[in-house]
Design a binder for this molecule. Sequence first.
Ligand code: RP5
Length: 169
Amino acid sequence: MSGTDFADTDATVGVIMGSRNDWETMKHASDVLKELGIAHESLVVSAHRTPARMVAYAAKADSRGLKVIIAGAGGAAHLPGMVASETNLPVIGVPVQSRALQGMDSLLSIVQMPGGIPVATMSIGNSGAKNAGILAARILALADEALAKRLADFVQKQTDAVLESAELG
Ligand code: RP5
């Protein structure tokens, strides 16, 4: 099994991660995309353990119809940067919290890209994954009025929830 073939998809966002163990974090990106009605796919693609699969995924992403890639990884987190070097689609990087260094390793691995190859780097962990989903939605909403409306409703709901519990006595 080479792992370099990918099924046809109607997904506009690809959520990829270096390990199944990253799913607990990355599902927060998927949850937001689901809530906003954005078709997406979630796959394990490892820069170090399946490098050929990573290159194939990035190279085929555009022609498969993807518009944005969210890539999460922990530790020596090379996945987002390497994917960004193999595609011109926007890549959003999520530093997964590592056990040894609490995700500082992941963050610094993802954020310090050389000039010319951008990765939009989120914060470490669940909030970063959630924001990756919202940022992907904001990018797609530039060319999708219905999504822009759903996104505005999502933000309003968030504001309302804070205001409802703003009185502390
Ligand atoms: C990275 O190494 C993955 O993104 C994961 O966060 C980390 C550890 O992977 P596992 O050993 O848990 O599979 O490639």
